[in-house]
Write a protein that binds this ligand. Structure first.
Ligand code: EPU
Length: 439
């Protein structure tokens, strides 16, 4: 396999799309399933590379996994190892969430420093401090890059994140769900996947409540599933298809999604001049005339999500003027810029006069670092074919959209990075009239 897409661009894409299950919920519920006493069934689990890697990883730890289509049943009672394999764990950012079930099951574990997309340093300092505050002893072994962790008593106490973290919040929820004590987490993140993880655990006997950014947990002895849990639809996939259809001057009706998760995106699409019609079980996005340039600044939920900005940037190459994208969540999420330049887009990095970096940016700042957090896009330059290369997941979807807008045949390499998070992408795009093949 060449690991690439060959794309014939320049067509107007129109039609309907049924979304797949959300990657960033599926990964967490698979890991949380290991906290249970007996079998757990998840439905609508997307068949994507990240899920495949994770299932492989937990099987190597001893869990029994049955997979039929999008239905996955996990039996955690056969777990026998508390040391995830470096090769697979390092491919997945979410692998460090294994601290919670492995500590509960074995009282100690060894977890490698996490990997994931190359979108920044992505340290886990806040997460380690949070675990320590709840009673976990950790030690980093710099010679092999593993964390040794020990849990000598039920988690207890409280922790306030200095800045919110999505997976950090999920880890502390999983850690606190089992045990005998009360736990409080403050300044937690607000992403909808977190609410859904809480629902998944509460349906199985956990006692977790959330009030704004404060989460209170009363640990319980055990978790038992009473009915299969369905993974909700992927809002990031929805944004990709909405921008793809509109950027090619077409339309798409997207099924299976909760409009409340896309409020900020929909607001800005409307501002840009796109028709957005919310129906009972779908949303229609339709290009109805010149796209206005709209500047965005990324923020954690409920703001304009960082995962959406690469898609937004390519949409803005089709607008009638100058717009900017300011990334505040990760410090390296512009890997797509050089590739879009090869297609003829007009994008440049611009100076950003930020007075208080620490207050604005969600990553750890340091005065010695040169930050490139803002780009300026001049719309209206026609995109032409080129060979372009994917460096991270969301950049991947962006480059595919760009190749579908561009006239002529483009080659987009590193397709498997995109397929970490998008299920059946070629079939879905072909269903809208896009011309591409996977080679
Ligand atoms: N951070 C630290 N220290 C920590 C934790 C986080 O410096 O201990 C920094 C991060 O490096 C980042 C910022 O804080 O700059 C926010 O990170 P957060 O922890 O909230 O993000 P995450 O949990 O690593 C998840 C998703 C991302 C999504 C973000 C924001 C998963 C597996 N990943 O990342 O999804 O962009 O939340 O919602 O859930 C993707 O799907 O492509 C993706 C990157």
């Amino acid at each position: 396999m060449e690991d690439a897409y060959i794309v014939q661009g320049g067509n107007v894409l129109k039609g309907e799309v049924v979304l797949s299950g959300a990657k960033n919920l599926a990964l967490k519920t698979v890991i949380a399933s290991l906290l249970f006493e007996s079998k757990v069934t998840l439905t609508n689990v997307p068949k994507i590379n990240d899920v495949h890697e994770l299932l492989h990883l937990i099987k190597k730890l001893g869990a029994t996994v049955e997979q039929t289509g999008n239905r996955v049943t996990i039996d955690p009672s056969t777990l026998r190892s508390s040391k995830p394999d470096l090769l697979h764990a390092s491919k997945l950012r979410a692998s460090f969430l294994l601290f919670a079930p492995l500590l509960h099951k074995f009282k100690e574990c060894r977890i490698p420093n996490p990997g994931g997309c190359r979108i920044g340093m992505r340290p886990i300092d806040r997460i380690i401090s949070g675990m320590e505050a709840l009673g976990v002893k950790t030690e980093y072994q710099s010679e092999d890059g593993y964390y040794d962790a020990k849990l000598t008593q039920s988690p207890k106490g409280s922790y306030k994140f200095s800045k919110p973290t999505h997976t950090g919040t999920e880890l502390l929820i999983m850690l606190g769900a089992l045990g005998e004590n009360e736990i409080k987490i403050e300044n937690s993140a607000l992403e909808p996947e977190i609410d859904e993880l809480i629902l998944f655990l509460n349906e199985s006997g956990a006692k977790i409540t959330k009030d704004g950014t404060t989460i209170a947990i009363q640990g319980v002895k055990s978790l038992q599933q009473t009915k299969p849990f369905r993974i909700f639809s992927d809002r990031n996939e929805a944004v990709t298809f909405a921008t793809l259809a509109v950027a090619t001057k077409g339309s798409v009706e997207i099924h299976n999604l909760n409009p409340d998760q896309l409020l900020t995106f929909n607001e800005l699409m409307i501002k840009a001049g796109v028709k957005v019609e919310i129906k009972s079980d779908s949303i229609l996005y339709e290009y109805v005339g010149t796209l206005k340039p709209i500047c965005i600044t990324t923020e954690p939920h409920p703001g304009f999500m960082t995962d959406w900005q690469p898609n937004w940037a390519v949409l803005m190459t089709q607008s009638s003027g100058v717009s900017t994208v300011h990334e505040t969540v990760f410090e390296n999420r512009f890997s797509y810029v050089d590739e879009l330049l090869k297609l003829g887009a007009r994008i440049e990095y611009v100076e950003n006069s930020v007075n208080d970096k620490e207050a604005i940016y969600h990553f750890n700042t340091d005065d010695s670092k040169v930050l490139k957090q803002k780009i300026q896009i001049t719309g209206g330059a026609p995109l032409h074919s080129a060979a372009i290369k994917i460096a991270d997941l969301r950049a991947g979807a962006t480059l595919l959209i760009a190749a579908l807008i561009a006239t002529g045949e483009s080659v987009v390499t590193n397709a498997s990075i995109l397929e970490r998070g998008y299920e059946n992408i070629v079939d879905k795009i072909s269903g809208l009239g896009g011309k591409l093949k996977r080679v």
